[in-house]
Design a protein around this ligand. Sequence first.
Ligand code: HC0
Ligand code: SF4
Length: 567
Amino acid sequence: KITLTIDEQEIQVEEGTTILEAAREVGIDIPTLCYHPDLTLHGSCRVCVVENLDNDSLVASCVTPAADGMNLSTRSARARRARGRNVKLLLANHPNDCLGCDRNGTCELQDIVYKMGIRREEIEPLEGEKRNLPLDDRGPALKRDPNKCILCGRCVRVCEEVQGVSALQFSKRGFDSVVTTAFDLPQSEINCANCGQCATVCPVGAITEVSEIDKVWHALEDPDKHVIVQTAPAIQATIGEEFGLEAGTVVTGKLVNALRKLGFDRVFSTEFSADLTIMEEGYEFLDKVENNKPLPHITSCCPGWIKYAEHNYADLLDNVSTAKSPQQMFSPLVKTYYAEKSDIDPANIYTVSVMPCTAKKFEKDREEMVDSGYKDTDAVLTTRELARMIKEVGIDFNNLADDEYDELMGKSTGAGTIFGTTGGVTEAALRTVKEKLTGEPLERLNLGIRGIKEAEVEIGDLVVNVAVASGLGNAAKLLDEVRAGNSKYHWIEIMACPHGCVGGGGQPLPVNNEKKDKRAEGLASIDKNKYVRKSHENPMVQKLYDDFLGEPLADKSHKLLHTHFKA
Ligand code: HC0
Ligand code: SF4
């Protein structure tokens, strides 16, 4: 341990601790922008400078290791002035149109300006030429406003270090510096997976989801439209953060109630079709095992992963399940099965999904997603967008009574719930596969929450080697083994976002790994408390097969619930 003094307080920390970490250990809050706890250090924004009183120097606290005997001040006039000047310089070349910004209220720059008490008249003398760069807003999932970018590099780092995609880079120098794509192409036309991790680490509004709020209000206000909403498993353990609740607080009943108050005609759950996915994908896996088809079987429910696979591992697409994601199984069933049961013309049905994900917006626009004879999913809202709608109409979310999902496509099992965390799809599938083959229940696998996890699962005489990866950088490690022919796995699950959907690109901000751990615990608690925890025991899924689909993998299931990929 080393001993140093910060703001006249003597503290002991482990060697290698940065000044920023040391200060935070004793509750001293130094502002930061380019720093993010889950990424490598950068030290570019200089918003975290403190004064080293020993040699009258200013040091960036996020990248400077604490040293024995150091005497630092975070509060000296010199330190405060330097930090203020650095923030004002950022503002001098920033649009400062907070009222029109999607991050109004969650912007880290805005928060720092507020805490530092910086006023407009202090910025104006510094204002000179401002950037006037074109927006990149042509894609279905993400939009970039380079004029808002403060060049902190967090998006560049997450895309390279965590996702291994490197879709974003710094380009040019000095005043002309920008974060951009190769050849300045729109983000929707490059190898970007649409995972939205860049949007979750952006401290300002430079990268955000493409909002579909207006479209959804429009449908809700149209008396001829019958508007159906499905909510993804992860939402119930994350949307509470938007209303000041702890990460991981389970708010399923309030979520359903809020959606009814917003005017949705039916409130259903994607967990229903997650159970259905298990039926289709479970049978697909069994068929591969029993008939010696190529393994490993690789899951297909994450659209960020699928886009990444199409760019980088097209040679492995034959190993990827043809089962659609639960979102895309759900919507065509609404416009066929539900429409038939309810005697409603599918042309008048409008399907909305609430997803923790930005890639789901891209997925719904894929040209093959029209198997109902209509566009299957009409709109996708992120968790953040739904929260905005709830706030807009003044619903007192935290005091809502608990409501239940509508029956026909709202019933789900614990297996459907755990889809929302990495490892969940695998555990859910094996619960069903093992019981179908042996009649025995599966022990808890606990395949989560960070990085790559593996397990050997005994199913009768079979030993099934499974691996799960979340974060595309981790996925690549497993896939390179498959490509090289030395993978021992029979089943591989991939989720593009670290932690799976609880860490999705559309989730409440700001976020870090610790919060994601809590969200995952919230979801696990729902599964634990559910009476029915195996997909094949979902009575409404059984009814769907009996009344409409027939068997898993049969003709109708094949047409509505399976897809193909673009090599
Ligand atoms: Fe997920 Fe899904 S679990 S991808 O993370 O499979 O987005 O929550 O809705 O579709 O069910 C996201 C979450 C889903 C889908 C499900 C899967
Ligand atoms: Fe990279 Fe994902 Fe952002 Fe695309 S969406 S630029 S892959 S972090």
